[in-house]
Design a protein around this ligand. Sequence first.
Ligand code: GH3
Ligand code: MG
Ligand code: MG
Ligand code: MG
Length: 317
Amino acid sequence: YVLKDAPDAIDSVLRTLHRIHRNHDIGVLVVDDSRSARAYLVHLLGRWGFCCYEAGDGEQALQQIDAETDTPIRLVLCDQNMPGMDGITLIRELRRRHTTQRLGIIGVSSHGSGLLSARLLKAGADDFLTRPFLEEELSVRVNQNVDLMELLREAREGARRDPLTGLHNRLYLDEIAEQLGETARRTQQPLGALVVDLDHFKSINDRLGHFGGDTVLKRVADQLRDTVRRADVLVRSGGEEFYILTLGIDTAGARTLGERIRNGIETLELVYEGETITTSASVGVAVLEGGSVEEALKAADLAMYEAKRQGRNRVAV
Ligand code: GH3
Ligand code: MG
Ligand code: MG
Ligand code: MG
């Protein structure tokens, strides 16, 4: 029996360890007017690795949520019966500011009234607890809510990545484009855009098959990742085409970056199933002052077509 159950037991221990490790980065705000009730929750949560913050009333809770805490607050445990602002009002206010993906809320009520738990949920709580509760119940509810947030974040992040290369995709670009253009204008930094399109990629697929072509795309993506700065935006916009957006670069600098990218792709050492492969890219570059991301990419795309027209494997501005 012991041997048969061992894998399950090990699995469970590993899951617990993963959670305790993860919980160190999760701030939990305990809102309760009773000091002893707060202390009990903080004691348990601290034991499970969470980083706890406390508030004695609704006003304090709202201040804490807006303040920059060392560990970002991701979960609120909120008592219903408090002098001043009650739990339901506070939860409604918290939910107005933050989505479930950003902030989990568990309402805590004292008397087992089905109506009250329904009202807590309706106000925006993700879950509720009724006092008195067992330690195990608190643990399950807290962990489930944190797991859900983690899952939502992973799903959201995953939808913004290209599965083949691991680079950000078009959806990500569309989401940050407006903010990036706005930052460029506000800080009066030029906005550089580069469009990179592999040359005659169809013939690589024809020669190696699509799996071979995919391998080449992955290597090119790694090369691009190593070439751009951390702050730059790099996306696979589709097929064998990549966009790079970089702030505070002048035309000469953008051309140099384009040249470095072109050279890096041309000199990639690619071997697929024993066959040595070479590839190249045409790079279009544009630098705009006071323009939008869309305008910068449009100009860089025209420049990329000019590079193709001039014979490929070159940079055009
Ligand atoms: P050009 O030098 O004019 O850019 O020629 P090209 O062959 O690269 O251009 P074209 O746009 O005609 O073809 C792009 C090819 O890229 C077509 C398609 O087969 C290939 N492709 C697009 N996405 C993928 C992918 O995810 N994997 C693989 N293996 N190939 C892809
Ligand atoms: Mg109370
Ligand atoms: Mg191409
Ligand atoms: Mg293309």
